[in-house]
Design a protein around this ligand. Structure first.
Ligand code: NAD
Length: 351
């Protein structure tokens, strides 16, 4: 039994779909359903008898204890978080609450449950914490890469809260012996991505002939990974990774933000031709405060030790993503008009 927190989010829903559709695992998805939680992203699996949903806040200790006692998970995959950097600058409190206090609360519930287990269940229990490469801060040199040994130097309230949660997880392993694993991944993109994030925002704005806002000069470099490749990497780590270890996950796809936006424009020009160039919609806007210049991951440890490699290149993954948004207007229209919040709750609450 897998306990997935944040399973209604972008990456969490990809993990849940992968666990249910491409393997025969049983899953309980624990999600508060904030604005970022969307049960529509789980429509393909919601009626599967191996899928369960509990709407709860990871900061609610009693609710977490109850989930552990009821579902008796072997593996916890902890993805629930506040995840949007711009929102963390405008309102950091929610990030401290969910990412730090929530992770602490979940760790304590997991510890109490794990300490009550007997062998062999106690030995095989795993708590996998999902984190970001943003905890490492900014890369100075153009050839440098983040490794698992790179010191933490977070820049934004988001990355600082994620860094704190990583430290808590490591401490629970060192101090209490809780069997934990941590992964730090680069920027994800792909289907079911909330339209406030760079790639879906640009696709949908371009389709609506709205301007395409690019921060600063657009030369900030991010290392992009297709979300389904990340989901497979996470399941590989959760099931085969060595307890106590950290694994960096990345796609070897370093791209400047401007290049990403231009590539989206060019793909749209091919798939939805129009007389004017989509590139004309690109507009440079004031840079985000504290904006890191470059992130890039050295993923050789997970590749060498666990045999994971990404299936998609940036070119194939981005094409799939643009095609997905073109084919799934019903999904993103419901996000844009807000009706994704609540419509499926009646179905979910009864499960
Ligand atoms: P997301 O914002 O799409 O989803 C987060 C989910 O967590 C939502 O379903 C939300 O409802 C839920 N949630 C939020 N607060 C909660 C709470 N207090 N209790 C229970 N559920 C709560 O995020 P995502 O992009 O899918 O990211 C998932 C995880 O992966 C995060 O921990 C993030 O830090 C990490 N990560 C993301 C990326 C990326 O590019 N998106 C890259 C590396 C790591």
């Amino acid at each position: 039994m897998f306990l997935v927190t944040g399973g209604a989010g972008f990456i969490g829903s990809a993990v849940v779909r992968e666990l249910i559709q491409n393997a025969d695992h049983t899953v309980v998805n624990v999600d508060k359903l904030t604005y970022a939680g969307n049960l529509e992203s789980l429509a393909e699996v919601e009626h599967n008898p191996r899928y369960h949903f509990v709407q709860a806040d990871i900061s609610d200790g009693a609710a977490m204890q109850q989930v552990f006692n009821q579902f008796k998970p072997d593996v916890v995959m902890h993805l629930a978080a506040e995840s949007h950097v711009d929102r963390s600058i405008d309102g950091p409190m929610e990030f401290v609450q969910t990412n730090i206090v929530g992770t602490y609360t979940l760790l304590e519930a997991a510890r109490s449950y794990w300490q009550g287990l007997r062998e062999p269940e106690a030995k095989s229990f795993r708590f996998h914490h999902i984190s970001t490469d943003e905890v490492y801060g900014d890369l100075e040199g153009t050839d440098d890469l983040f490794t698992e040994a790179t010191p933490y130097a977070p820049s934004s309230p988001y990355s600082a809260s994620k860094a704190s949660s990583d430290h808590l997880v490591r401490a629970w392993q060192r101090t209490y012996g809780l069997p934990t694993l941590i992964t730090n991944c680069s920027n994800n993109y792909g289907p079911y991505h909330f339209p406030e994030k760079l790639i879906p925002l640009m696709i949908l704005n371009a389709l609506a002939a709205k301007r395409l806002p690019v921060y600063g000069n657009g030369q900030q470099i991010r290392d992009w990974l297709y979300v389904e490749d990340h989901a497979r990497a996470l399941i590989t780590v959760a099931t085969k990774g060595e307890v106590g270890e950290t694994y960096n996950i990345g796609g070897h796809n370093e791209k400047a933000n401007l290049e990403v936006v231009q590539t989206i424009c060019d793909l749209l020009q091919e798939l939805v031709p129009q007389s004017t160039s989509y590139r004309e919609l690109i507009t440079f806007v004031t840079d985000r405060p504290g904006h890191d210049h470059r992130y890039a991951i050295d993923a050789s440890k997970i590749e060498k030790d666990l045999g994971w490699t990404p299936a998609e290149t940036f070119e194939t993954g981005l094409r799939k993503t643009v095609q997905w948004y073109l084919a799934n207007e019903a999904w993103w229209k419901k996000v844009q008009d807000g009706s994704y919040r609540g419509e499926r709750l009646g179905v979910a609450a009864a499960k």
